[in-house]
Design a binder for this molecule. Structure first.
Ligand SMILES: *[C@@H]1O[C@H](CO)[C@@H](O)[C@H](O)[C@H]1NC(C)=O
Ligand SMILES: [Cu+2]
Length: 173
C-alpha cells in the first residue's frame, strides 16, 4: 500500500514537472545588454533583436532603461509609424524595468520621448496566438511557432527537480 502511495506521489510530481516545462514562459529583455536606448544605428537595432525571437502568449517583455531619459508607451501601428502618442494603449511606463505580459497579435512600443522614437527607439513585435485560426492547422508555420520553447533555465530547473525526485524515489521505495 505504501509503495502505491509513493508511486502516485512521484507520478504526480513527474507530471507537474512536465507541465512546467511545456508551458514555460520566456522573459525577453528588450535589446539585451544595450537595453532601451536611442540605438546607434537607427530602428534596425530593435528590428533585428525582435526578428531573432519567437514571442509567445504569456511571455514577458522587459524594458530596462534610464528613467531620467526614457519611458515606454505601447501604441497602435499608426502611432508607431508616425512616432506619436495619438493612439496610446494603456499607461506610459516611466520606471525601469517596465514589464509587459504578451497577448496575441502585433504590439508596438515607442519611447515616451518622441525625438528618441524618431531616432529609432521603437519596437514592433508579433505574438503568435494560440487562438488564431491558422494555429489549428498543424501544417501551417503558425502552428510550428506555437510549439512551446522552454528557456534553458527552465529546463535546468526541471532536470534539477527530476534528479531530486529520482533520488527521493530511490531512497523511499
Ligand atoms: C520585471 O521582470 C524582471 C525580469 O523577469 C523582474 O526581475 C522584475 O522583478 C519585474 N518587475 C516587475 C515590476 O514586475
Ligand atoms: Cu528614449
Amino acid at each position: 500500500m505504501e509503495k502505491i502511495i509513493h508511486m502516485v506521489v512521484f507520478g504526480a510530481l513527474f507530471v507537474a514537472i512536465l507541465l512546467q516545462v511545456t508551458t514555460a514562459q520566456t522573459v525577453h529583455v528588450v535589446g539585451e545588454d544595450t537595453a532601451w536606448i536611442i540605438p546607434l544605428n537607427g530602428p534596425t537595432a530593435y528590428e533585428s533583436w525582435a526578428s531573432d525571437r519567437t514571442f509567445k502568449v504569456g511571455d514577458t517583455l522587459v524594458f530596462n532603461f534610464n528613467a531620467l531619459n526614457h519611458g515606454v508607451q505601447e501604441v497602435s501601428r499608426a502611432s508607431f509609424e508616425g512616432c506619436n502618442m495619438d493612439n496610446a494603449i494603456g499607461e506610459a511606463l516611466m520606471t525601469s524595468p517596465a514589464n509587459f505580459t504578451l497577448t496575441p497579435g502585433e504590439h508596438y512600443y515607442i519611447c515616451t520621448d518622441i525625438k528618441h522614437c524618431e531616432a529609432g527607439q521603437r519596437l514592433a513585435i508579433t505574438v503568435a496566438g494560440t487562438d488564431t485560426p491558422e494555429a489549428s492547422d498543424p501544417t501551417s508555420s503558425t502552428a510550428i511557432d506555437t510549439i512551446p520553447q522552454p528557456s534553458s533555465s527552465t529546463i535546468m530547473f526541471a532536470s534539477f527537480l527530476l534528479t531530486l525526485s529520482s533520488i527521493a524515489l530511490a531512497t523511499f521505495l
